[in-house]
Structures are given as C-alpha cells and as structure tokens.
Design a protein around this ligand. Structure first.
Ligand SMILES: Nc1ncnc2c1ncn2[C@@H]1O[C@H](COP(=O)(O)OP(=O)(O)OP(=O)(O)O)[C@@H](O)[C@H]1O
Ligand SMILES: [Mg+2]
Length: 330
C-alpha cells in the first residue's frame, strides 16, 4: 500500500565552489521512502547525515547553492498523487500551506524576532484566510491556542520573551493552524530539558490524534523515536539504511549502524559499558564507496566496500540495506 508521502530515488546535492573548484556535497543520495498516513514517522541519524536536507526537499524548499535535485516526491492529496517537485510556484505554495507544513530546525527562525507573536500569527492567517477582518483572525488565533492548551496571552509576547520549550510549542501550534495533512518537524525537541521535551511531544501526540494526519519527525534522539514514533527510517551519510515499525527496529535492529545507535541508549539498572559507533561520520563531499558505513562497520566484507546494497524488497515492512542481512529474520 502506498503512503501519504512517496519518495523515489531522491537526490539533493549542494554544489559548492571553493578556490575555483566545484565540489559536490551528496546530502541526500538516492533516497526511496514511503511514509504512511495517520502516524508519527521518525527519521533518525547522526549529525550531518542529511536529515534536514531531506525534510527541506520534502517541502520542495531548498536554498542555493543547490544545483542537483533529482527524483520524485509525491503527496497523496484528495485521492491523487501530486509530484511536489514538478509543480509551478503558485501550486507549490498552495500544496505547502494548505496540505503540508514545515517546522524548521531551531524555533527562533519561525518567528520574526522584532515582532510580537500575534503579528506572525496575523501575517500567516491574512495570507491564507480570505474575507476575515484582523480582529476575527486574532480571535481565531486565540481560540486555536486555547484548543491546544496554550495560553493566548503569549500572543502579546516577543519571541525572545518565551522559554525555548514554549517557543517550540507555539511553532508547532502555528504549523497546525490550517490543519495540514502532513507536518514536517525538524528536531522540535532538541536543546530542551526533559520536562519541556515531554510537553512538546505530548502536544504533537494530541495534534496527530485530533487531525489524524502524519507527522514526519526528524531527531537524532533515539529515545524520542522509541517514545513517540510508530515507524521510522535510519539515515546514514545521505542514504536510508533501515526502515520499519519502530518497535521492530528497537527489538531487532538489522543494520550494524542501527545496532550501535540502539545499544548506546542508557537503560535503568544496566551498568555495562556502552559501545559508541567507532570512528567518525564520513564527509559527504567524498563518501566512501559501497556501503557508506563500511569503514566503521565491525562486520565489513569485501562486497560492502564495492557496492551499496539497496533496501531489501521483502514484503515485510522491516527493510534493511546491508549485504550481511538481505532478508530480515523476523
Ligand atoms: N545550504 C547548504 N550548502 C552547502 N552544504 C550544505 C547546506 N546545508 C547543508 N549542507 C551540508 O549537507 C550535509 C547534510 O546537512 P544537514 O543539515 O542536512 O544534516 P543533518 O542530518 O540535518 O544534521 P544535524 O543533525 O546536525 O542537524 C552536511 O554535510 C552539510 O554541511
Ligand atoms: Mg538538521
């Protein structure tokens, strides 16, 4: 069954010019993904592996100096698949604002730092809701915040006057104003303490339940994936190396990289020493040949150095890109 977001062979490369020479950062490298409807879907991976670039590509919003952009990103909207990458400017804007919403990494970038939050809310509403006066729109904004259990008084605050956790929740609230079918959230809980994290996660859960929509949640924090996502993808050096139901990925991680990520999580009462992933992530300017994890993989074979394995095409939802495990054993 197809998902609400279908990604096929997506490439998003940044082409940089340095001392007269062109260099290519292969940030998203041949990604194929199917993101199901009506759930919180996680994307995990180390810093710099391409998570933010993937999310921006899903939103069809990539900044210069990007030069290479290939593949397909389609959304199932009202029963039809729409290719987000081939739409013109107006159609793309409509798709983005009506059906997809994007919460960028770092909530500060969502708001204008020199304007009160109500101005941001009003600007947003005025450009999307026709035929309503400012006062009506403001009461809509107040009502929306109240519905989400947030105090409408914060509309009178400037962004810097709020705590990081509250700002993040307001960013999420703003992203849901038009009840989008897909919300792309980039590290919405990073840099928050656990109490603030819990409030943000609860808000996302509540919104997802209410709207029955899809959240695509990017975070490097595997604990959060275990806590809140239904299924997930593991990204490494611009590639997806494992996908599946979150519970299965945690109970039976197949890629050695995923095993490292999960085994490094602390568990209450477990005093054994944790093995972190050996070595450092590769440069995406010149990723290793074959499987990009092979230089760090304890189980590396000759084949791994030569050729990148595709995600296996088993009918099972749990799939892995690894020469050692062509079929999941579950
Ligand atoms: N605008 C840009 N121009 C050039 N290179 C970029 C640009 N944005 C990102 N990159 C590069 O693309 C690669 C992937 O970056 P990206 O921000 O997508 O990673 P990430 O997984 O989101 O990392 P983090 O967890 O630290 O947020 C990195 O090598 C980064 O340096
Ligand atoms: Mg990022």
């Amino acid at each position: 069954m197809k998902g609400i977001v279908e990604v096929e062979k997506l490439q998003t490369f940044y082409v940089l010019e340095y001392m007269g020479k062109k260099k290519t950062v292969k940030a998203v490298n041949d990604v194929t993904l199917s993101i199901p409807e009506n759930e919180i879907y996680g994307i995990a991976g180390e810093s710099g592996c391409g998570k933010t670039t993937l999310l921006k590509a899903l939103f069809a919003s990539i900044e210069p100096p990007l030069q290479l952009f290939e593949g397909k990103v389609s959304y199932l909207i009202k029963g039809n698949f729409i290719n987000a990458l081939t739409l013109n400017g107006k159609e793309k804007r409509e798709l983005r604002w009506t059906y997809i919403s994007y919460i960028p990494q770092g909530s500060m970038s969502v708001f204008n730092p020199v304007k009160k939050l109500k101005v941001t809310y009003l600007d947003f509403l005025e450009s999307h809701v026709r035929g309503k006066a400012g006062r009506e729109l403001l009461s809509l904004a107040r009502h929306h915040l109240e519905q989400l259990g947030l105090s409408p008084h914060i509309l009178d605050a400037f962004p810097h006057q709020l705590s990081g956790g509250m700002r993040q929740r307001i960013a999420i609230a703003l992203s849901t104003l038009l009840k989008p079918q897909v919300i792309l959230a980039d590290e919405p809980t990073t840099a928050l303490d656990v109490v603030a994290q819990r409030a943000v996660l609860q808000l996302m859960r509540d919104i997802q339940k209410e709207l029955k929509n899809t959240f695509v949640l990017v975070t490097h924090d595997m604990g959060i994936h275990a806590n809140i996502t239904t299924s997930m993808a593991i990204m490494y050096a611009g590639k997806i190396v494992e996908v599946g139901p979150t519970q299965e990925i945690f109970s039976n991680p197949l890629q050695p990289y995923t095993q490292f990520l999960i085994n490094s999580l602390p568990r209450i009462g477990d005093k054994s020493s944790k093995k972190s992933v050996p070595g450092a992530p590769p440069s995406l300017l010149n990723p290793p040949s074959g499987c990009p994890f092979h230089p760090r993989c304890p189980e590396v074979s000759d084949l791994c150095q030569d050729k990148m394995p595709a995600l296996n095409n088993s009918t099972h939802k749990h799939k892995v890109a690894c020469w050692l495990r062509r079929e999941p054993s579950v």
